[in-house]
Ligand binder design. Structure first.
Ligand code: MN3
Length: 206
């Protein structure tokens, strides 16, 4: 998909992730926050037709190629656009509650076990100061790695392919969990669809 970018459908109802993520949070998060990133990304690109044919992934992967006048807006809003699209897709109800196959092996190789990975991921996402995201990514060598980014910075900007991301901005959890980010992160595993994550991993393994 290229300019003009459209807000992707959730593909499920706002209450589908209850009780772990409440319907009101989902409605505001998708319908207001994600919609705003989408509109602001389009506004930033409106007068720059040279870039209208590019995917947001391509724009972010080559962020330094953008004119300085729109680089910050695309970094923030393009990042917000693509980060949330991934976030909704990996929380699709149903699916596997743990990884299998090649992804399971890659996680075991990198982190020791799934539980070790979850501990590291929660510590990393929980420790992100202020707003940002926690990530499981594939690096340039095809190995999986775990880190966090600030604000809406996308792993694509540093050559990583995100497989699993959790939004730790307060808007993602405050209505239901208030300041208890660790409780949100613990509950969040209940809504992760590992089938989708495994598919994304497979698509990176040429
Ligand atoms: Mn968000």
């Amino acid at each position: 998909m290229a300019y003009p970018f459209e807000l992707p459908d959730l593909g499920y109802d706002h209450d589908a992730l209850e009780p772990h993520i409440d319907a009101r949070t989902m409605g505001i998060h998708h319908g207001k926050h994600h919609a705003a990133y989408t509109n602001n990304l389009n506004a930033a690109l409106a007068d720059h037709s040279d870039f209208h044919g590019h995917s947001v992934e391509s724009l972010l992967s080559n962020i330094k190629a953008l004119p300085e006048s729109i680089r910050g807006a695309v970094r923030n809003n393009g990042g917000g656009y693509v980060n949330h699209a991934l976030f909704w897709s990996i929380m699709t109800p149903g699916g596997a509650d743990s990884p299998s196959g090649d992804l399971s092996l890659a996680i075991d190789n990198a982190f020791g076990s799934l539980d070790d990975f979850k501990s590291k991921f929660q510590a990393t996402a929980g420790g992100q100061f202020g707003s940002g995201w926690g990530w499981l990514c594939v690096d340039g060598d095809g190995a999986v790695c775990c880190f966090s980014t600030a604000n809406q910075d996308s792993p694509l900007m540093s050559g990583m392919t995100p497989l699993l991301g959790v939004d730790v901005w307060e808007h993602a959890y405050y209505l239901n969990y208030q300041n208890r980010r660790p409780d949100y992160l613990s509950a969040w595993w209940n809504v992760v669809n590992w089938d989708v994550v495994a598919q994304l991993y497979s698509s990176t393994q040429g």
